[in-house]
Design a binder for this molecule. Structure first.
Ligand SMILES: [Zn+2]
Length: 414
């Protein structure tokens, strides 16, 4: 009598447990940061510094800082340059790569360190030809930002694995001036807060200063969340025209074939990813700074991950995938170093290094800055015009009639 009842009760209880806990584990399980695979932000910067210290002949490291009210940011920048070998400094190609712009994309900063280790030859990539690497590197100056968003990364490590914004909730990839602040219908303020104005954030101010003063030929902004290689534009569904487009397309297709297994989406950011992004770094660096090759790489994504399981969605969670991503993307960068400079000749804005400081001034006054300068000039001319008119009237009147037509100077605002 009691046996069927007991069986029913046990099965019912098990089903209930599975519904409650099974869903919990499948849909709401949050994968913790794999501390055995990933360094903390402090450890990563320390390891980068130790690597730089072991190779003072080719590496230097600086920390750039900026403050806004009580919010401050510091960004480490590593420069590779081998002054004893290769081309005249003025003829070297300049490459700037930034990692870790979004806090939750931990894997990108690990790739930065791995790439620096490969450049230093402390680590080898499968099938790497050292003499060919030497030959490639001797013609380059490379600047690497291993962790652009240190404050945001600290929030992730403190327990918010989905945080992508900086330490005061601004998305650093929406805070640049090209098409800044425009909001699409699906705008999500949590994800895409563009800040109070273009370049309102100290991190963006530092990156703008760095990119303007270094004036790279090639820029790469490295992210995770999917596998893709984008060229401009992010803010509209279009690519640049002409030779720049051909050079960028050719190199991205080559990298996709050799290092992404053909899985990467290739095209303009706005045209390929399914949404438009306004105020991005890559659009500014291409459009305002006129850097001839500007890319956004998305190096990994787990599209099966539940939406709140951000660590898993943006970062490999097992050793084999972690190592594959490090090797594949370091190799992709080495290929970019080899092929990119060769294709620069086909683009229009190749500028030798001795001209770029002069160019900084010119480039900085493009777009909004140019309008400001124009308005300033018009105001100055208008004031001079008013002043000379007053003087002429004064001289004229004083000759004709001293009593009738002297204007009141206080009524004219100079
Ligand atoms: Zn990102």
């Amino acid at each position: 009598m009691d046996s069927p009842f007991l069986s029913f009760f046990v099965i019912y209880s098990l089903q209930l447990w599975w519904v409650v806990n099974g869903r919990k584990f499948s849909d709401h399980h949050i994968t913790p940061i794999r501390l055995d695979l990933y360094r903390s932000c402090d450890n990563l910067i320390e390891d980068v510094k130790a690597l730089v210290d072991r190779h003072p002949d080719v590496f230097t490291m600086e920390t750039m800082k900026a403050v806004d009210n009580d919010y401050s940011a510091a960004i480490s920048v590593i420069t590779y340059n081998n002054p004893k070998r290769g081309l005249d400094e003025k003829l070297k190609s300049r490459i700037l790569i930034s990692f870790g712009q979004h806090g939750r994309e931990l894997i990108t900063s690990e790739v930065a360190l791995h790439l620096l280790s490969v450049i230093s030859k402390e680590k080898m990539l499968p099938n790497m030809d050292l003499s060919s690497l030497d030959k490639t590197l001797e013609n380059l100056v490379i600047k690497v930002v291993p962790m652009e968003n240190l404050n945001g990364r600290r929030l992730v490590e403190a327990g918010d694995p989905c945080e992508r914004r900086n330490g005061r909730a601004v998305d650093l990839n929406r805070n640049w001036s090209v098409d800044w602040g425009k909001k699409e219908q699906d705008f999500d303020p949590y994800e895409e807060n563009p800040g109070t104005a273009p370049f309102s954030e100290p991190e963006t101010q530092i990156m703008r200063k760095l990119s303007t003063s270094f004036n790279p030929h090639i820029w790469v902004n490295v992210h995770s969340g999917m596998e893709a290689m984008f060229m401009p534009y992010d803010h509209r569904n279009a690519t640049p025209d002409g030779s720049a487009f051909n050079a960028m397309k050719s190199i991205l297709e080559d990298l996709n074939h050799h290092h992404c297994g053909g899985r990467c989406l290739v095209g303009s950011g706005g045209g390929s990813v399914g949404y438009l992004a306004h105020g991005t770094s890559t659009d500014y660096i291409y459009d305002a700074l006129k850097v001839p090759m500007a890319f956004t790489f998305e190096i990994y994504g787990d599209l099966e991950a539940p939406s709140r399981d951000c660590f898993r969605m943006f970062n490999p969670i097992n050793l084999a995938t972690f190592n594959r991503v490090l090797n594949d993307w370091s190799a992709a960068f080495i290929s970019l170093f080899e092929r990119g400079p060769l294709l620069l000749d086909g683009t229009s804005d190749w500028v030798p290094i001795d001209s770029y400081k002069e160019l900084v001034g010119r480039k900085e006054v493009k777009g909004m800055d140019m309008i400001d300068l124009g308005m300033q000039e018009i105001r100055t001319y208008f004031r001079l015009f008013l002043l000379s008119s007053v003087l002429l009237m004064f001289m004229f009147c004083s000759r004709i009639s001293k009593s009738k037509c002297i204007p009141s100077l206080s009524s004219i605002h100079l």
